[in-house]
Design a protein around this ligand. Sequence first.
Ligand code: ASP
Ligand code: MG
Length: 455
Amino acid sequence: MIVMKFGGSSVANSERIRHVAGIIQNFSDRKPVVVLSAMGDTTDDLLDAADAALSGKVTIDAIEKLHKDTSAALGIPVDGIEKLLGELRTLLTGVSMLRELSPRSKDYLVSFGERLSVRIMAAYLSSQGTPAVFYDAWDIGFFSDSNYTNAELLPDVQENIRASLGPYAEGRAGASTAIPVVTGFIAKDKNGFITTLGRGGSDLTATVIGSALMAEEVQTWKDVNGILTADPRIVKTAQTVPVATYDEVAELAYFGSQVLHPRSMQPCIQTGTPVRVKNSYNIDAPGSIIVTESETELPPVRSITTKKNVTLIDIVSTRMLGQYGFLAKVFDIFAAHNISVDVVATSEVSVSLTVDSKKADFSALTKDLGKYASIEIKKHKAIVTVICDVSRSSSILAVTFEALAREKINIQMISQGASKVNISLICESNEAERVVRLLHDCYFGADGKTPCSFS
Ligand code: ASP
Ligand code: MG
């Protein structure tokens, strides 16, 4: 069996849904389980509708029109959809009256996107002679903790999925043969409240199903030709990465690439389930395949990504020179403030680290850190992450710093991740894109120029 996951832009309108239904039908003899995101930008539109409701205005016109027009164009009945749209309107009315939206209500609200899209796809496939049945993820056992907007799945989820979809996947006698079409992104907590797995969470839904059912592969269908050597909006000549490892992709996702949900590699790491990234707009492109370990030797650098809006914090111990426990103290303080640290570099008495600028209340943090150390906060920085084979780091760093020095770009901190696949450089935010382009030209060549040679 296989899992086929389609992102929002792959199911953005009736034409795209027809096209994707065709792709699913082509794979129908491989027992696909389909996972869908919300249509197009519906998740963002729902969040905008929530903001409008908070200021007293209830409007779901655009969302309603998209889903009704799509159903009409596909010639499928709208009753199921109308019921959900009615529930959504009631919810937004409640928000507008209370002028209040808790994380729990927010998850309930955005869940409508995926719940609408699976109903449309299952009805359309069935109308085309390919029986399909929709599931809200909890119907097949997706339960999570109550960390609304970024929930963690509970350990029994995989067992639940095997109990509900195992018979279909194994083609057991008497089992339904209708293709399951499952909502990505959402789950329920033990109290029955709807949760979400974080933006882009449908990837995680797909990989959890894939590893639970020991899928031959998990296909994630996007609107790009797979994993790319850089963001194509920054680097016009970005190329597809044919093969990458789970570790590399997890780091890429964490450090700003939108290609897959950061936690989505975890289930497949455990079972070794390959993940294939394909372009639903360009079916013939080979895409990327993500595996435990490549069978052929890979080039030293896989991809470059950047994360802007980070703050660099330099912490120099004033009182703890030569004493132990300094780092422990520092990280305790970050933990107490619920601030997650991305990149770290240390020396005997100092530590430099980066945090997401949006997430930190620096005044409270500085006050606490100030009891033990002198603090310097440097805003408007960016992390440029090179996903590479760190066992070749000397030669990669030599090539990198030569290219940067030639352009007189100063790097303020550097860190080599323990994952063995990541070298991160901190630079000024307004120089980040230039750094990415420069390094991309250097590693992969540009405009007929040959790439730098790694020793
Ligand atoms: N629809 C959700 C989002 O836009 C989940 C997903 O697409 O994976 O984040
Ligand atoms: Mg989406």
